[in-house]
Design a binder for this molecule. Structure first.
Ligand code: SAH
Length: 487
C-alpha cells in the first residue's frame, strides 16, 4: 500500500486539494500535526486510526526519526497511510526526510502538494507576493535559525540584496533579529513589512509596519512575515467580510446546524455548532403512517417545519395521493423542503408564525364550509393554529410527526462557549433546552433570535435579546447578524 504525504494547506480547510480529500477518504491511518484542522481529519473514514505526532501542550513531541519509522512500519503493514502536513509537505515541513525514509525502506509513497502558507497567508491578508515591476521575485526563508548567532545557513545579506519580496516562515519569535539582519544587509528600514498571524483562519490578524518597527508589534506564532513594497498593499478581503472573526454559536438540530454554520463561515464567522435540539420519531408513529396513507381525504395539509415535511414524505407512498390536496407551509424554509419533494406550496403566510398562518388559511376558505386539515408537526407545539382552525369550524387532525428532544450535553461545551460572542436561537425549544442543559450563565453576551416568540422565551429565562430577525427565517437571522456587526 501507499503512504501519502499530503499538504493540508495553511488552515482554512477548504484549501485542501481534491487529491488530498480523495486519499483522506480512503485512509486507514492519518498521521497529523497539532495544528491540523479537525474538519480535515473528519474526511477520513470514521474508523480510520488517527495518530497525532505534534507537540501537545505539556506533552512530548514525537521525534522526526520516530515519525519516519511509524510511516515506514504502517506502509510495510499494508495500510493506506496519510501523513497530513500543514501547507505544502515539501516546504519547511520535513516531508523530504519522510519521503527519503520511505524510499530507503522500499515503501511506495506519493506526494500530494498543498497550498503553502508562504503564498496563501499573504493572499488572505490582501498582499500579493509579486507585483509587476515593483516586486519581481519572492524569497521564502526559514526564520527558525537564530540570525543573531550567525551560525545559521541563511545568507540574510544575500536575501536583503535580492530586493524582491521576502517571506519568512517560522520567524515570529526571532522577528527582531531577522529584521535587524536584513537592515544590516542593506534593505531600507522603512521598507513595508507585515506579519500575518493565524492566516486563513477565523482568528487571522495582520500587523502592518515597516522593517524597522515590525518587531515592536510582537508577532506571535504561527505568523508569516512579508517584507517588501507589496507589504504596503491593502487589498484586504478576508478580514473585511461582514462577520469576520465573530464567534457565533448555532443551536439548531443537525443537519440544519451544519448548513447554518456554513453560511455564517462564508461571511467570515467562526461558527460553533452546539445543537440544543434533536429529532426523534414520535411516541405513536403509526398515526403519521395512517394519516399519510389517507392524505387524499384531506382538503389541506399544513406543514410548520422542514422536519415535519421530511417525516411526512417518508410515509407518503404515492405522490399522487396529494393530487387534490392543498398544501400550506409556515415559511420559506418549510416551502423549500416541500419544493425539494416537487410540491409547490399553495400558501405561505406573510409572517412566518402560527398566528399569521391561521389568518391566511381562514382568508383562503371563503364562504364555503371549512374543510378537513392535517397538521403533521412536532409532538409538543403551540396550539394557536389547531385551536384557531377548530374554532372556525375546521375538522383538524394534528398528528405527531416527530419529537424534539434535548441532546446529551456536549463534553466540550465549556471550551466551545469560551469567548463566544453571540448565540443564535431559532426556536423556543433551542432556548429552553440550551439553558436547561448548560445554564443561563453559559449564554454568550449577545442573544440573537429568529423572531418574537423565541425572544419571549429568551426573556422568560431572564436573558436579554440583543438581535431579533425581522424576517423570521434563518437567512433573516443571518442578515440581522450582519446588520448588527456592520452598523
Ligand atoms: N509546510 C508549511 C510550512 C511549515 S513551517 C507550508 O508550506 O505552509 C511553519 C510555519 O509556516 C509557521 O511558523 C508560520 O510561519 C507558517 N504558517 C503556517 N500556517 C500558518 C498560518 N495559518 N498563518 C500564518 N503562518 C503560518
Amino acid at each position: 500500500m501507499t503512504v501519502y504525504l499530503v499538504g493540508a494547506g495553511p488552515g482554512d480547510p477548504s484549501l485542501l486539494t481534491l487529491r488530498g480529500a480523495e486519499v483522506l477518504a480512503s485512509a486507514d491511518v492519518v498521521v497529523y500535526d497539532r495544528l491540523s484542522v479537525a474538519s480535515l481529519l473528519d474526511l477520513a473514514p470514521p474508523n480510520a486510526e488517527r495518530i497525532s505526532v505534534g507537540k501537545q501542550p505539556g506533552g512530548p513531541r514525537t521525534s522526526q526519526e520516530d515519525i519516519n519509522a511509524l510511516l515506514v512500519a504502517r506502509g510495510q503493514a499494508g495500510q493506506q497511510v496519510v501523513r497530513l502536513k500543514g501547507g505544502d509537505p515539501f516546504v519547511f515541513a520535513r516531508g523530504g526526510e519522510e519521503a527519503a525514509a520511505l524510499a530507503a525502506a522500499g515503501v511506495a509513497f506519493e506526494v500530494v502538494p498543498g497550498i503553502t502558507s508562504a503564498v496563501a497567508v499573504p493572499a488572505y491578508a490582501g498582499i500579493p507576493v509579486t507585483m509587476r515591476y515593483s516586486s519581481t521575485s519572492f524569497t521564502v526563508v526559514t526564520g527558525h535559525e537564530d540570525p543573531a548567532k550567525g551560525e545559521g545557513s541563511v545568507n540574510w545579506e544575500a536575501v536583503a540584496a535580492l530586493g524582491g519580496t521576502v517571506v519568512v516562515l517560522m520567524g515570529a519569535v526571532r522577528c527582531r533579529a531577522i529584521c535587524d539582519r536584513i537592515i544590516a544587509g542593506g534593505m531600507a528600514p522603512e521598507t513595508p513589512a507585515a506579519a500575518v498571524q493565524w492566516g486563513t483562519r477565523p482568528n487571522q490578524r495582520t500587523l502592518r509596519a515597516t522593517l524597522a518597527t515590525l518587531a515592536d508589534f510582537d508577532p506571535q506564532p504561527p505568523a508569516t512575515i512579508v517584507i517588501g513594497e507589496v507589504a504596503a498593499a491593502d487589498l484586504a478581503w478576508f478580514e473585511n467580510r461582514p462577520l469576520f472573526g465573530r464567534r457565533i454559536v448555532v443551536t439548531r438540530a443537525q443537519p440544519q446546524a451544519a448548513a447554518m454554520a456554513a453560511e455564517l463561515r462564508r461571511r467570515g464567522a467562526e461558527a460553533i455548532e452546539l445543537p440544543a435540539i434533536a429529532f426523534e420519531p414520535p411516541e405513536d408513529h403509526d398515526r403519521l403512517a395512517r394519516a399519510a396513507a389517507e392524505a387524499g381525504s384531506y382538503d389541506w395539509v399544513v406543514f410548520t417545519s422542514p422536519t415535519g415535511v421530511a417525516r411526512f414524505f417518508e410515509h407518503l407512498r404515492d405522490a399522487r395521493s396529494l393530487g387534490g390536496v392543498r398544501v400550506a407551509a409556515i415559511g420559506p424554509g418549510t416551502a423549500a423542503a416541500l419544493a425539494d419533494r416537487n410540491v409547490v406550496a399553495d400558501l405561505i403566510p406573510e409572517k412566518y408564525v402560527a398566528e399569521s398562518l391561521l389568518e391566511a388559511l381562514s382568508n383562503e376558505v371563503g364562504p364555503e364550509r371549512p374543510g378537513r386539515v392535517l397538521i403533521p408537526r412536532a409532538e409538543t407545539a403551540r396550539d394557536v393554529l389547531p385551536d384557531g382552525l377548530a374554532a372556525a369550524g375546521w375538522d383538524v387532525d394534528v398528528v405527531p410527526a416527530y419529537r424534539t428532544v434535548a441532546p446529551a450535553p456536549d463534553p466540550d461545551a465549556a471550551a466551545l462557549l469560551a469567548d463566544a460572542e453571540v448565540i443564535t436561537f431559532t426556536s423556543s425549544s433551542t432556548v429552553t433546552n440550551f439553558t436547561d442543559t448548560y445554564g443561563t450563565t453559559a449564554v454568550p453576551e449577545v442573544v440573537a433570535t429568529i423572531g418574537p416568540v423565541t425572544s419571549a422565551t429568551t426573556r422568560s429565562r431572564g436573558l436579554e435579546v440583543g438581535i431579533e430577525a425581522t424576517d423570521h427565517t434563518v437567512d433573516g437571522l443571518i442578515a440581522a447578524l450582519e446588520d448588527y456587526f456592520t452598523r
